[in-house]
Design a protein around this ligand. Structure first.
Ligand SMILES: C=C(O[C@@H]1C=C(C(=O)O)C=C[C@H]1O)C(=O)O
Length: 354
């Protein structure tokens, strides 16, 4: 093992917190190694470091640059072999629960309780926590255009993921974000068409982002919706950017957006209540956010933030991986199809568990 991953392994063996990550299309891996095992938070998002935030609540776990050793590995070329993951399909009970959940969601939309809700499930599969470095290497070699990470804190647990979705990127006074929604399988050489359900759910996300940013920014511009690939999946995406007004804090923007309708629903409050009441499990950090705040640690430049939504992720316990997978529900959702969508999405992580 090289020096970089040896340091990570030692940190883990000491039971000290760390986060390792690789930004989309970058050939650098960065790691924050905490100098002690304390659990720190930064709910104001006003310091320089790395944040790991849950779906619900403001316990934004924080790696402060002042309390971390930051190490980097430039250019990598791993040759981890991907063997086939023996996928056992979820039981009928799991399927029935998810289908009922989606039906309940559609019902609530028809009763005008909200217009979109993102409903998810947790799936546990065999895995080995001691293989986390190999899993991480597989993630970054397989999903080059995703934000790949491995987070560990002895008081919180271990999480890994390869997320295709940016929450916000900030460069001085310029903010960029994306509206991502709608899912279909990527099939080589097949022409891509999108149905009205997918177009509508993605439009909801774009409109929400524009409305939420308005008080804090000026000169909003956006691209037309386009098809973007994430692993074995395709999504509809719109890039949005704007100028941040002076006096606006990073937390103003993050809290206005998080959790976006790509992960929660619309209106946010009602959809979130429905999720917490009906999903039947705790999302913890799935559909939270994570990333660098107030500094670009790859290039050592201040006044930059690079934050992603925590999707296509797993919580890695000693001998089990908990996968978290969801999808946007609108009035036109077909419950059976939504269940199949969660199966397709679960393949992102299953692929690297083999
Ligand atoms: C909620 C998830 O993904 C989100 C939901 C999508 C959808 O509903 O089509 C697409 C991309 C993501 O914004 C997930 O992967 O768990």
């Amino acid at each position: 093992m090289d020096v970089f991953f040896e340091s990570i392994q030692q940190q883990f063996d000491k039971n000290f917190p760390f986060v390792i990550y690789n930004k989309p299309n970058s050939d650098k891996i960065i790691a924050f190694l905490s100098l002690d095992d304390s659990l720190s938070f930064n709910e104001k998002l006003d310091k320089k470091g790395f944040v790991f935030a849950p779906f619900d609540g403001d316990d934004f776990i924080f790696f402060d640059e002042q309390n971390s050793e930051i190490i980097k590995k430039a250019s990598f070329n791993f040759d981890e072999s991907l063997t086939e993951f023996i996928d056992i399909l979820p039981s009928n009970n799991v399927k029935t629960f998810h289908i009922n959940l989606v039906e309940k969601g559609v019902e609530a939309i028809k009763l005008n309780q909200f217009s979109k809700v993102v409903l998810s499930r947790k799936e546990s599969v065999p895995a080995n926590q001691s293989d986390f470095i190999s899993y991480f290497k597989k993630l970054i070699q397989t999903y080059k255009s995703a934000f790949c990470y491995c987070f560990y804190h002895p008081k919180v647990g271990m999480w890994l993921g390869a997320t295709p979705e940016q929450l916000v990127k900030i460069n001085e006074n310029i903010i960029s974000t994306v509206a991502l929604a709608g899912t279909q399988l990527f099939i080589e050489n097949q022409k891509v068409t999108w149905g009205d359900k997918e177009k509508e759910e993605q439009l909801f996300v774009t409109q929400f982002i524009e409305e939420s940013l308005k008080p804090f920014v000026k000169n909003i511009t956006k691209t037309k919706p386009f098809t973007a690939q994430a692993g074995n999946l395709l999504h509809i995406k719109t890039d949005v950017s704007a100028e941040i007004k002076s006096e606006v804090m990073l937390s103003d923007i993050v809290l206005a957006l998080h959790p976006t309708p790509a992960l929660c629903g619309l209106p946010k409050k009602e959809a979130k209540e429905f999720i917490i009441k009906n999903e039947g499990y705790n999302r913890k950090f799935y559909s939270g956010f994570l990333g660098e705040i107030n500094k670009d640690f790859e290039n050592n430049e201040d006044n930059k933030s690079d934050i992603f939504v925590n999707l296509r992720c797993m919580e890695l316990e000693k001998e089990i991986a908990n996968l978290f997978i969801g999808g946007g529900i609108t009035k036109d959702s077909v419950p059976e199809n939504e269940f199949i969508e969660t199966i397709n999405k679960s393949k992102t992580i299953k692929k690297i568990l083999g």
